[in-house]
Each structure stands twice: as structure tokens, then as C-alpha cells.
Design a protein around this ligand. Structure first.
Ligand code: ADP
Ligand code: MG
Length: 675
């Protein structure tokens, strides 16, 4: 049940809860503690040691508001048990004298220390004792991911109530043999003890059980989707052999030879396209590995077979770039190409290929004979959108492309229903991007070097500002603004006599599409030397003359993501450079960033991200993955593999396990879909 349906209080909290990913009551149960405070040591008052985290339980013999010397409010109480009394203080919580009354039986957890020659308990967690077991004190206490206005204490109360009132509904749905084989605890116990464990071991076991479940259901639903997909037939499989001459001719007319990886992938795709079930393939390849050409060949084959294709990009900028590229590639063969985004739409009534953003889906464009849909940067499109796309044609083939370097194991977990192709080879002749980690003391030298490079080689430069928060908020934009002004005023300011000063531009996600396009056009035309940008530039911008990229606060990014950012340069003939700036002194962080100097493949770096789990992890490859997994971790490759085997083994006999099938139906589709 959605939380806001449950009365006024929840309605009030609904917006904030959504920030934590809690939309239904079930979500509360899967809002897993990030840690536990260990308040399980319950001590008599006369036994309490200074510096110790303890729980004391006794009677309130006094509680008052007082003022400190600087007129702040302080709450002072005295608690007694059968061994003695102790003083307790809180700061600035005047409401406490209303909730805690004299003679209340109370439980308090916190640190005890010397305070003007007395032992005092400072700002403890408190809880009035009654017949129920304690949940905030006197035990392992769950601490949850919080957000403004939603405290762990509040969450604890909700979760406790939910578990208590619904415990009988947590029926075991895993078959016994799986429970035994993987030494799992029971489902109801796991739900109970992940939140309110009796000891650390039980907390661990609960987490293990729920991680298993999460991955297991994810795998099963992938297998189910794959099965359903395989059941839908395309009206017409494409002929491949019949058009061998044409496709070869297409390849011969390209200004380059396909890499062997591209050839392999084209074959994989052609094989899919010739089948009577629709293709559902994920093509993963580094930026610049040549995914677009591969998809263009597919679209050409669709055309030869009398079918229309659609190529969708996540942003207007990308869609425009694709439109140019695809036009160049396909127009010479008499293919008519349309273009549609939120703000522009060509008036082509008849077209063979339509390029655009997902406005393509919304604008009532007539797809008489849609045969192939290509989606670039797939994780931005959700299952619902994929369903719409498919409904536009008669089960068109689907090719999704991503430059996000997802390690194979994880791709198979997240997108288990897709077939996977990886372009693991760069076109020949591509120069490697020289990458340096720049320590703070070399920052000025680096700026001077950049200035010289711009003047001598006419290269252009990206300066990427750090993420302030995960999504592009005003804070990130402000930081970019500040950096832009700082660089303009203080760094690239005094041209030698007779020389023009360098021109700086600013690009961020909060700009209007038109402004963005203006800035990018200027940059493309060489009217801007240095483009200061928020990490939005990560989305594929193709500017061949941009040969230097500076990434600020590099430690905040995952390696795979740094690699993607780095891919903004090295797209032309020039030797390109990537400068990673960091203020970090942590040897492990520096070591992790150093990997960027050595490794050049996204997939490799993604694997390293998995192994090293740097602080950048949360901004990195797994950023979109985190949305899928609430409990399990991608880093647990062992478990992932084990679960996959278990799921594959049981899937053919799924209907013998009605409770499991039922559970599978109820899991939230969004949680398992790439969006
Ligand atoms: P991606 O979409 O994978 O980032 P693109 O398809 O945009 O990469 O290709 C990047 C650039 O490389 C384009 O300019 C493209 O024309 C070129 N390219 C693609 N394949 C090859 C190849 N086999 N040899 C040389 N250049 C290639
Ligand atoms: Mg691309």
C-alpha cells in the first residue's frame, strides 16, 4: 500500500519518504539500517565507567529546563536506580521536559563522562519504559539512512510497528532445498532481525538472507522477462544473406575498416535480426569504440528489408549529433531520415529512420513498419518506455547501447534478460589519452602548461567541476559558476602583450537547451578555448579539437566514470591529455586514481572499481546500480554467481513453487529494470 493512503500523518511525510525511496509500507521493511549503535550493555548506575557507552535504566527523580551561561537552554535530569543516581543533560531540546516526566521509568543510552567533577550522561538516546521491549536503547539499535525531517528514531518506530503488526504475513516463500543448500535463515526472522537484531551475528545472517532474496528475485524476474520476450514473434525476420552485397558495399564505402570487435558484434546483431523472435541486445562499448556505425549497419539492413528504424538518445544534444552522423552514413543510400525532439521536429511524412529523444514516442509519429529500435545510453530508459517503444511497431528488434562500463557479471545480473555484446577494442590509430594525477602543489604549473598548449596547438580544454551532490542540483551549478569566475579572473587573465586573452565558457545542466546549444556551438567553432562544465559533459559530446580535460576533485568519481569523462577528449587527431586534480592525501585514494594513468579500458576500470571500492564508488559505475539493489552489494561477486546458478536451476520448475511465483509477481518491477 502506498504510504500516503494511510492517513494524514503519512501523507505529510510522503514526499520526504520518497527521497529515501520509501513509497509503500513494504519499502519501510527494506529500508535497511546502514549500521547499528551498540547500546546492548545495560549497567547499574554505580557500575558506570567514564568514557563508556552504556544503557542505564531507572526512575526520573527530577527534570528541568535550565539556561547555560550563554543563554542556551539545557535540560538536566536526575535518574535513580537501586544502586545510586546519575545526572543527565541534553542541550537545546526544551520539549524533553514535556515528554519525560518525574517518576517516569526510563531507559537511556549514551556516553558517560566527567563533567565538573561529576559523572554525567550527555545527550543520550532516551525511551520511556513500558511493557514493550526497548527499540531505541538497551540493545543493538538500527541507524537508518535519514533525510531532512525523517530521523532514525521515527523510522524505528514505524518499522517496529509494521513488523509487529504484520509478522504473520511474512511467509516463507523460498523452497526448503534452497534454504538448506545456502544456509539461510527464515524470511520472517530475517525481516525482524535486520532491523532489531539480538546480536551482530543475527544481523549478519539477516542481511545475507535478504541479499540472497533480492538477487534471487532479480534473477528470476530477468529469466521470466527473457522467456516472455522469446515468446513474442516478430512479424518478419530480416533477410541477411539476400542483402550481402549491399551491406558489404556499405562497409566498403566507410572511410575506415571495422575493428574485429565491431565485425563480431555486427555478426551477432545480424544473427539476431534474422531470427523470428525480436532481438533484445545490450551493446556495451567505451566511448569512441564505434557503436554508432554498428547500429547504422543494423538500420541499413532494416531499410533493405523494408522496415523503419528509430534511434533514440537521452538528450537533445546527443540526438542532434546522431542525426548528423546517421545522415552522413545513410543518406547516400537513399534513406530518408527524420528528426524529432521536444523542441524540434522535421516535417518528414515518410521516413526510413527517425532520430530523436524520447519525444519520438510521444509525438504521434506514424511508424507504419517499425522494425528496429536503437536506444543510446540505455540506463536512462525504463521498462515502461521500452514497452511503449515496442508497442509502436509489431515487436521491433531492440538494440540498446551503453558506454557505461559495467563489468560483465553485473551486466548479467542487472540486465539478465538482455543478450550482451561488448566492443572491447578501439579503432586503430586512436592515440591513447595521456593521463596524469596532479597533486595540489603542481596545480599552477598545470594551468600554465594548459595555457601554453592552447596557444601552441590550438587545442581546446574541458574543465570539469566536481559533483557536489549526486544529481545536478543548484549547489553543483553554483560551484561551477564560482569556478568559472575564479578561473576567468585569477588564472587565465593576463595575456602577454599583443595576444588575445583566452576565452572561457560555462556549461551546466540547469541551462536551457538553447543556451547549452549556443555554448556548445561556440565551443565547436573554436570561439571558446576553455569550457568549464559540471559533469554533464559526461553525456557524449563529440568535439574533435578538444584535447585536454581537467577533472577537479577526481577522488569523488569512480574510475569507470573518470574514464567516461576522459572520453570527451581524444576524439580527433591530436594527442590528448587528461589531468586529474585532487586535494586528497589518502594513499589509497591516490593509488586508486593512479590506475587511470595505466588503464585504458572502461571494463577493466569498472572491475577495478569493484575491487577497490574507493570513496568514488558512490558516484561511479554503481551509481545507477544502487537504485536496483537495496540490500545486496555488487561487490559480492561470489554471492551474485551463486544466486544466478540457483535461479537458473529452479526456473524451469518455477510453477512447482506457488509461494515463490506469487512473490515474484509482487516484486516491484521498477526495482529490477534498467532505468
Ligand atoms: P561511440 O558511439 O561508441 O562512442 P562512435 O560510433 O561515435 O563511438 O565512433 C567514434 C568515432 O570513431 C566516429 O567518428 C566514428 O566515425 C569513428 N569510427 C568508428 N569505427 C571506426 C573504425 N573501425 N575505425 C576508425 N574510426 C572509426
Ligand atoms: Mg555514441
Amino acid at each position: 500500500m502506498p504510504v500516503e493512503k494511510a492517513g494524514r500523518i503519512y501523507k505529510m511525510y510522503a514526499r520526504r519518504l520518497e527521497k529515501l525511496g520509501i513509497k509503500t509500507f513494504e519499502d519501510f521493511l527494506y529500508h535497511i539500517p546502514s549500521r547499528y549503535d551498540d547500546f546492548s550493555l545495560i549497567s547499574k548506575i554505580n557500575r558506570v565507567q567514564p568514557g563508556e557507552v552504556v544503557t542505564i535504566q531507572g526512575t526520573v527523580s527530577e527534570i528541568n529546563n535550565e539556561f547555560t551561561k550563554n543563554f542556551k537552554k539545557l535540560q538536566r535530569a536526575e535518574i535513580a536506580d537501586d544502586t545510586g543516581t546519575i545526572e543527565v543533560v541534553w542541550f537545546n531540546q526544551p520539549y524533553l521536559t514535556k515528554v519525560i516526566n518525574k517518576n517516569d521509568k526510563i531507559s537511556l543510552s549514551g556516553t558517560v563522562d566527567w563533567f565538573s567533577r561529576k559523572l554525567v550522561m550527555q545527550s543520550p538516546e532516551y525511551e520511556i519504559l513500558n511493557d514493550s521491549p526497548t527499540i531505541h536503547t538497551g540493545r543493538l539499535v538500527p541507524v537508518y539512512p535519514e533525510t531532512r525531517g525523517i530521523t532514525s528514531k521515527w523510522l524505528r518506530r514505524q518499522v517496529y510497528k509494521l513488523i509487529k503488526e504484520n509478522l504473520q504475513t511474512f511467509v516463507e516463500y523460498l523452497p526448503d532445498q534452497i534454504i538448506n543448500e545456502h544456509s539461510l535463515i527464515k524470511f520472517d526472522a530475517a525481516i525482524k532481525h535486520i532491523h532489531f537484531p539480538q546480536n551482530k551475528e543475527l544481523a549478519e545472517k539477516s542481511k545475507k538472507r535478504l541479499s540472497f532474496d533480492e538477487l534471487f528475485l532479480l534473477q528470476l524476474s530477468s529469466l521470466e522477462r527473457k522467456l516472455n520476450w522469446n515468446k513474442t514473434l516478430v512479424s518478419n525476420p530480416f533477410s541477411v544473406d539476400k542483402f550481402k552485397n549491399e551491406t558489404e558495399n556499405f562497409l566498403n564505402r566507410l572511410p575506415f575498416k571495422l575493428t574485429s570487435a565491431q565485425k563480431r558484434v555486427v555478426e551477432e546483431i545480424f544473427k539476431d535480426l534474422s531470427k523470428s523472435k525480436p532481438m533484445n541486445r545490450l551493446l556495451e562499448g567505451d566511448v569512441g569504440s564505434g557503436k554508432t556505425v554498428v547500429s547504422a549497419i543494423g538500420m541499413y539492413l532494416a531499410f533493405l528489408n523494408g522496415f523503419q528504424s528509430v534511434l533514440m538518445a537521452p538528450t537533445e544534444i546527443l540526438a542532434q549529433q546522431h542525426y548528423k552522423t546517421i545522415s552522413k552514413l545513410l543518406e547516400p543510400f537513399g534513406i530518408k531520415i527524420g528528426f524529432a525532439t521536444g523542441s524540434t521536429k522535421t516535417k518528414l511524412k515518410k521516413f526510413d529512420v527517425m532520430v530523436g529523444t524520447h519525444a519520438v514516442l510521444e509525438k504521434g509519429i506514424n511508424f507504419e513498419k517499425l522494425g528496429l529500435v536503437v536506444i543510446d545510453e540505455q540506463q536512462r530508459f525504463g521498462v515502461e518506455q521500452r514497452a511503449i517503444i515496442r508497442s509502436r511497431g509489431k515487436n521491433p528488434h531492440l538494440l540498446t547501447m551503453t558506454a557505461t562500463p559495467i563489468p560483465r557479471t553485473i551486466a548479467l545480473t542487472l540486465y539478465g534478460d538482455l543478450d550482451l555484446s561488448i566492443l572491447d577494442e578501439m579503432p586503430i590509430g586512436r592515440k591513447q589519452i595521456k593521463t596524469w594525477l596532479v597533486p595540489p602543489e603542481k596545480r599552477l604549473n598545470a594551468y600554465a602548461w594548459i595555457e601554453k598548449e592552447i596557444k601552441t596547438t590550438k587545442s581546446q580544454v574541458f574543465i570539469v567541476c566536481p559533483f557536489i551532490e549526486e544529481s545536478e542540483t543548484m549547489q553543483t551549478v553554483k560551484a561551477a559558476n564560482k569556478e568559472f569566475e575564479y578561473l576567468q579572473k585569477n588564472v587565465f587573465k593576463n595575456p602577454p602583450a599583443g595576444e588575445a586573452s583566452l576565452k572561457l565558457g560555462l556549461l551546466h545542466g540547469k541551462m536551457k537547451a538553447k543556451e547549452k546549444e549556443e555554448v556548445l556551438t561556440k565551443f565547436r567553432d573554436g570561439k571558446i578555448d576553455i569550457l568549464v562544465a559540471t559533469p554533464v559533459v559526461e553525456v557524449g559530446i563529440d568535439i574533435p579539437n578538444a584535447a585536454i580535460i581537467v577533472i577537479e576533485a577526481a577522488e569523488r568519481f569512480g574510475l569507470a566514470q573518470l574514464h567516461q569523462l576522459r572520453g570527451r577528449v581524444g576524439r580527433g587527431d591530436k594527442q590528448s591529455y587528461c589531468l586529474l586534480f585532487t586535494e586528497s592525501k589518502n594513499p589509497q585514494t591516490l593509488e586508486r586514481l593512479k590506475a587511470m594513468e595505466k588503464h585504458n579500458f572502461g571494463a577493466e576500470l569498472a572491475e577495478l572499481d569493484l575491487k577497490l571500492r574507493g570513496p568514488g564508488e558512490i558516484y561511479g559505475t554503481m551509481q545507477h546500480g544502487r537504485k536496483f539493489l537495496k540490500i545486496a552489494s555488487f561487490y559480492d561477486l561470489d554471492l551474485i554467481k551463486r544466486v544466478r546458478l540457483a535461479a537458473e536451476k529452479i526456473f524451469p520448475d518455477l510453477n512447482r513453487y506457488p509461494k515463490l511465483s506469487e512473490k515474484l509477481k509482487t516484486i516491484n518491477l521498477k526495482k529490477v529494470s534498467p532505468d
